[in-house]
Design a protein around this ligand. Structure first.
Ligand SMILES: Cc1cc2nc3c(=O)[nH]c(=O)nc-3n(C[C@H](O)[C@H](O)[C@H](O)COP(=O)(O)OP(=O)(O)OC[C@H]3O[C@@H](n4cnc5c(N)ncnc54)[C@H](O)[C@@H]3O)c2cc1C
Length: 578
């Protein structure tokens, strides 16, 4: 069993993030960086130790499911409650919430690493912790001061849990289909009526519900305009129930310990977060954070599968030697390691950009900046907003697809035992299956990325990447690989020119395009890591050599297979549909 606080996590904590610049921007005053980083290290060490201690219980009770409670709620199985209580006692709940409300104001990178560690031990427990933080952050960003004071200390102490309620039977990927109704009441509160499905942690006290405003209800139907985000507690002020009920629990293929609830809102009273009619924008903030959260969850789960597969491959002997020494198995394991590291590189890079922008936002809110400083910070902020907007769906797409493939390969490494419950490989793969679906499916993430590319994001991203690669070309260790990655950027742009001449064909190729951009960005970040630790060259080289050829292949598929492709697919499907 590998260390939960691994070398790449330490690398980012110690060398890859310029904490002095980031904390300086955020606080606007001198910061004792060593003390801050020391505190971060201590949080990560405590989380790693605790998470590792949950592992045995999580595997043993993997199939245990949530249950309904008498008061119309739902509760997770006992092993999840025990682990939650320990995290709560250690103060490891809602870490990104500001200190004014009892949190640590922890950077998102560190929170991402915490989530990854918890998910490695138990992806179901991560659902509780991840939604808890996500809901609290949204309240902090969009809630009135009164709502923040009322709820956030209860979130950071772990007293209440949260969830996000978007999906309805007819509104899955397309949230324009939402019919749950939000009606204004004279005292400024909002009455919520409707049904939601698949709500993770739906037994939690605080629901953030996306609902359609009663004013203009018919006019806005079918679109994401006219929606409000409403904070709806399960109980009223006097402790009585508030018209929120779990009507059913889903039975699932994996993440059994996470309660997946059908919810009924029947005259439930809540309070708006953000502006009336702007709920989709407020929910987008939560969804983007949740997408990165699911990417961290997938990475943690991938680590669990990888660690078990490597350990088993050294123990299991066939033909007189460990199977880890058979070239086919060794290469499969090496590919798993490299892909997990590439996911980690892109994800940590994205978190770092997000943290910088959160710090810039705080700096821009201060009056003490000169006009020149303000203009420079604003420019950097705008550039990195574009980068984060493109990287967020790419992280979710890449991490969850890699987790799916990697956990399947781990099962293969275990041979027959992998298909039985005597190993944990099947559990990992079963848990991985949901990750390419919730928080927006892989197809939706690829389409979002394409939309951002269409708005010009790739130009901004590639401008930065090319500058970074050009600097690496002066460095003997990285020059050859940096050149290859620069060539990959050219191939991507060639393919893009073809795609943008035909929007329907572009949608068909959204996943190929997403993967090509991911490969360039992850490769560049892996090369940055080599700059800090030259021993990482083999991982970077393995990824780049493989992905260089894949990029060539993908771009030829886009260029040479364009003619008549959409129509041919339609004919093939028409025949199969009878
Ligand atoms: C265990 C679990 C937990 C969940 N937790 C939550 C939660 O906490 N809160 C919440 O609100 N929801 C939650 N969900 C719901 C989840 O987010 C949705 O299931 C998901 O967004 C997909 O919606 P859908 O199931 O309706 O699929 P559909 O939207 O019907 O999609 C079906 C298929 O069509 C594809 N597709 C649809 N539209 C397009 C398009 N435009 N282009 C390309 N392909 C497309 C999809 O990619 C998918 O492959 C959860 C679901 C599960 C199973």
């Amino acid at each position: 069993m590998g260390d939960y606080f691994g070398p790449t996590q330490r690398l980012y904590l110690e060398t890859q993030v310029d904490w002095e610049a980031l904390l300086g921007l955020s606080r606007g005053a001198p910061v004792d960086v060593d003390a801050e980083v020391g505190a971060y290290r201590s949080i990560l060490e405590t989380t790693a130790r605790l998470a590792q201690s949950f592992e045995t219980d999580a595997r043993k009770h993997w199939s245990e499911e949530a249950t309904l409670t008498d008061d119309g709620g739902a509760t997770s199985p006992p092993h999840i409650r025990r682990a939650y209580d320990q995290l709560r006692e250690a103060g490891l709940i809602c870490l990104t919430v500001g200190e004014a409300y009892g949190g640590y104001g922890l950077p998102t990178l560190l929170n991402g690493i915490v989530i990854e560690m918890i998910a490695r031990a138990d992806p179901s427990l991560m659902m509780v912790i991840g939604l808890q933080t996500g809901a609290a952050n949204d309240i902090e960003k969009f809630g009135s001061e009164e709502l923040k004071k009322k709820w956030l200390p209860r979130f950071t102490s772990g007293e209440v849990e949260g969830c996000m309620d978007l999906t309805e039977p007819q509104a899955g990927s397309d949230l324009g289909g939402i019919t749950t109704r939000a009606t204004d009441l004279p005292d400024g509160s909002v009455k919520v009526d409707g049904q939601k499905i698949f709500i993770s942690n739906g037994g939690g006290e605080v629901h953030l519900v996306l609902a359609r405003d009663d004013d203009g209800y018919d006019k806005s139907r079918g679109s994401t305009r006219g929606l409000s985000l409403v904070l709806v507690p399960r109980h009223q002020e006097d402790g009585s129930l508030n018209g929120v009920r779990v009507t059913r629990l889903e039975r699932k293929l994996g993440i059994h310990g996470s309660a997946t609830c059908e919810m009924l809102f029947d005259g439930a009273i809540g309070w708006r977060l953000g502006q009336k009619g702007q709920g989709f924008q407020a929910m987008l903030e939560l969804m983007n954070a949740a997408r990165l959260g699911v990417a961290s969850q997938a990475l943690g789960l991938a680590d669990a599968a990888l660690s078990d597969a490597i350990e088993y491959a050294w123990q299991r002997k066939q033909f007189g030697k460990p199977i880890a020494e058979q070239p086919l198995v060794r290469s499969m394991l090496a590919k798993m390691v490299v892909n997990a590291e590439a996911v980690r590189a892109l994800l940590y890079h994205t978190y770092t950009l997000l943290d910088l922008n959160n710090a810039r936002e705080k700096a821009l809110a201060r009056d003490s900046l000169s006009a020149a400083e303000r203009s420079e910070i604003q420019q950097d902020f705008d550039r990195d907003t574009t980068r984060v907007r493109l990287f967020t769906p790419l992280c979710k797409y890449f991490a969850t697809e890699v987790c799916d493939d990697l956990s399947r390969d781990a099962l293969q490494v275990f041979g027959g035992i992998g298909f039985t419950m005597d190993s944990n490989a099947g559990k990992y793969h079963a848990d991985s299956l949901i990750m390419t679906i919730y928080e927006g499916t892989s197809e939706i993430q690829a389409s979002f990325a394409l939309k951002e590319i269409g708005k010009g994001a790739l130009g901004v991203v590639f401008h930065e990447i090319r500058g970074e690669l050009a600097e690496m070309e002066n460095d003997a260790v990285r020059a050859r690989l940096a050149k290859r990655v620069t060539e990959m950027t050219q191939r991507v742009e060639q393919s893009l020119a073809i795609l943008f001449s035909d929007p329907a064909y572009a949608l068909l190729r959204a996943k190929l395009m997403a993967q090509m951009v991911i490969d360039v960005a992850a490769a560049t970040e892996l090369l940055h890591q080599v700059g800090a630790d030259p021993a990482r060259i083999d991982v970077a080289e393995s990824f780049i050599m493989r992905r260089f050829l894949e990029t060539e292949h993908a771009s030829r598929r886009i260029e040479e297979n364009a003619e008549g492709r959409l129509e041919r697919d339609a004919r093939v499907l028409a025949r199969a549909s009878g």
